[in-house]
Design a protein around this ligand. Structure first.
Ligand code: ADP
Length: 171
């Protein structure tokens, strides 16, 4: 499995599955979530509403999926990152669960390529360096347990995250 790093807008990068940093009610918000709903179209919100009706939404650290609408992908995997509250509220484990559960779900869906945003590092306030370490470590730990996934792409929007990921991935 290859790991790549791209700086840019996750909605413009073709792949099989795009991971969304969603909220637990699965209602489109700002940041990457807003961009995914805007570009993907209303089908995503419709399917999120169906999931909400069936199960109430998506708990922190878990992942669900919808179609990708007009996005250059087959699926959107919606995962809910933890809100940073100082680090003593199980945030590291919950953030690792986001990457883990998104990869497991994508693998079950037969996904070959998957893009991840920097979950929780926007409005949810997770320190970027710590979040990047967890993201990379969790993906690397899973590499040999996955069957269909051939490529994981970390998509960094802001230049601070790009620098952090570049440094960690070159180690
Ligand atoms: P959270 O609520 O999980 O913190 P945000 O969407 O606020 O989610 O931020 C998560 C990360 O997504 C941030 O690092 C932000 O820079 C990044 N981001 C925002 N828009 C995009 C986009 N279009 N493509 C990729 N990443 C994005």
């Amino acid at each position: 499995m290859k790991i790549e790093l791209i700086q840019g807008d996750i909605t413009s990068i073709p792949c099989d599955a795009i991971v969304n940093a969603a909220n637990s009610k699965l209602v489109g918000g700002g940041g990457v979530d807003g961009a995914i709903h805007r570009v993907g179209g209303t089908i995503i919100a419709q399917q999120c509403a169906e999931i909400r009706q069936q199960s109430g939404g998506c708990p922190t650290g878990e992942a669900v999926y919808t179609d990708a609408g007009n996005l250059p992908a087959r699926f959107v995997i919606h995962t809910v990152g933890p809100i940073w509250q100082g680090g003593m509220k199980n945030e590291p484990e919950l953030l690792a669960n986001c990457y883990r559960n998104s990869l497991l779900l994508a693998d079950r869906l037969g996904v070959k390529s998957i893009t991840f945003p920097n979950i929780s590092t926007g409005v949810y306030g997770y320190p970027k360096e710590e979040a990047a370490e967890i993201a990379i470590r969790t993906v690397q730990e899973f590499a040999d347990k996955l069957h269909s996934i051939e490529k994981v792409i970390f998509v960094c929007f802001d230049s601070e995250n790009v620098k952090i990921y570049r440094a960690l991935l070159s180690q």
